[in-house]
Write a protein that binds this ligand. Structure first.
Ligand code: NAD
Ligand code: TYD
Length: 360
């Protein structure tokens, strides 16, 4: 198959691309605007592979996307490109409206044009897979309540509202224009190559540098943590085998309070390092409770039984095993995160996708 992956230089997208190249025979075209969260170093393990292509392009640019589709002839489009960090959406929502809503709209229109011109045998194979979040459902109060595929949308933040809007657009393009789509909504991901603004990598790197570990409010909010490699496996299964028009929730069965997540990271580091940063005997002494996030969602938890039953997918990592792997990855890959912290990752030149005979 030829698979186009938007946002393939990001945290989850790059895991999907590495899995496609390393574990399948499919070809991949990464389409990424290389925002602050796009990092070509995350694609380095596969970027010289003959089945890999990269285009430094925005999903907002319909003409460019159309041209890329004409050249690459994707059979599957996996749409992960987005602005993804809730705190940034609160301090500056503009980019979220542009990338997540307008970007999805432009991509859908380019895809619709392309799809309509395909021969019917290719149309029968084609699918557009939209990758979204459980944050579109708002939050849960009761501990025995879970998000299902039927849960009504009630987004709280500019980020989740923009993702909800994009989900609605994708479903409308299916209903109105018969574009073959599948949608997935997943819980909080963690693992290697995550930009250190999200809770888990931020805490690991701050701890290693002896900096404060900021916990919003009292740290009692609950997230359902999903190891990124488990998520990417689920995405590929849905992209290749999911039923057209269907939505699948993907979760890790790992509900944890933020304070417990941070304390577990501290425990792992305490065991790992007998010598601690100056003035402390345990990393947990670096914890600092700070002002809460406005509109902070209390609890997310996914009922992932549909994807388990219909597509035979289960997460392989427990939170404990995934978190240990993640901490070890950051310890072993200081060059990756040092380049992110000092900004030098953004200067890596993309090797752009060029058709034979393309002089540009
Ligand atoms: P990320 O921020 O790490 O990566 C996003 C990627 O999209 C970056 O490479 C960025 O350069 C690219 N991008 C941004 N705007 C673009 C544009 N206009 N055109 C092309 N590329 C653009 O995000 P992530 O954590 O990898 O998330 C990927 C997807 O999964 C997003 O759609 C996000 O909403 C969704 N999601 C993420 C999580 C999570 O826990 N990280 C959970 C649920 C859903
Ligand atoms: P985050 O990783 O930003 O993901 P999301 O907001 O999409 O769930 O945050 C995870 C949880 O951790 C969330 O409840 C907010 C909290 N948090 C902190 O307490 N401190 C921090 O510095 C960050 C970034 C997040």
């Amino acid at each position: 198959m030829r698979i186009a992956v938007t946002g393939g230089a990001g945290f989850i997208g790059s895991e999907v691309v590495r899995q496609i190249i390393e574990q399948t025979e499919h070809q991949v075209l990464v389409i990424d605007a290389l925002s602050y969260a796009g990092n070509l170093q995350s694609l380095k393990p596969v970027s010289s592979h003959p089945r890999y292509r990269f285009s430094h392009s925005s999903v907002c640019d319909r003409q460019v996307i159309s041209q890329l589709f004409t050249e690459f002839q994707p059979q599957i489009v996996m749409h992960l490109a987005a602005e993804s960090h809730v705190d940034r959406s609160i301090s500056g929502p503009d980019n979220f409206i542009e990338a997540n809503i307008i970007g999805t709209f432009q991509l859908l229109e380019a895809t619709r044009d392309y799809y309509q011109q395909l021969p019917s045998t290719e149309q029968a194979l084609f699918r557009f897979h939209h990758i979204s979040t459980d944050e579109v459902f708002g939050d849960l109060a009761e501990t025995n309540d879970f998000f299902t595929e039927q849960t009504p949308y009630a987004p709280s933040s500019p980020y989740s509202a923009s993702k909800a809007a994009s989900d609605h657009l994708v479903r409308a393009w299916h209903r109105t224009y018969q574009l073959p789509i599948v949608v997935t909504n997943c819980s909080n991901n963690y693992g290697p190559y995550q930009f250190p603004e999200k809770l888990i990598p931020l805490v690991i790197l701050n701890a290693l540098q002896g900096k404060p570990l900021p916990i919003y409010g009292k740290g009692e909010q609950i997230r359902d943590w999903l190891y990124v490699a488990d998520h990417a496996r689920a995405l590929l299964r849905v992209a290749l085998e999911g039923e057209i028009g269907e939505t699948y929730n993907i979760g890790g069965h790992n509900e944890k309070r933020n304070i417990d997540v941070v304390n577990t990271i501290c425990q792992i580091l305490d065991e790992r390092f007998s010598e601690k940063p100056q003035g402390i005997t345990s990393y947990s002494q670096l914890i600092q409770f700070v002002a809460d996030r406005p509109g902070h969602d209390k609890r997310y938890a996914i009922d992932a039984s549909k994807i388990a039953q219909q597509l035979d997918w289960q997460p392989l990592e427990t939170f404990e095993s995934g978190l240990r792997k993640t901490v070890e990855w950051y310890l072993d890959n200081q060059r990756w995160w040092q380049a992110v912290l000092d900004g030098s990752y953004a200067t890596v030149e993309p090797i752009s996708y060029q058709q034979e005979g393309d002089k540009s």
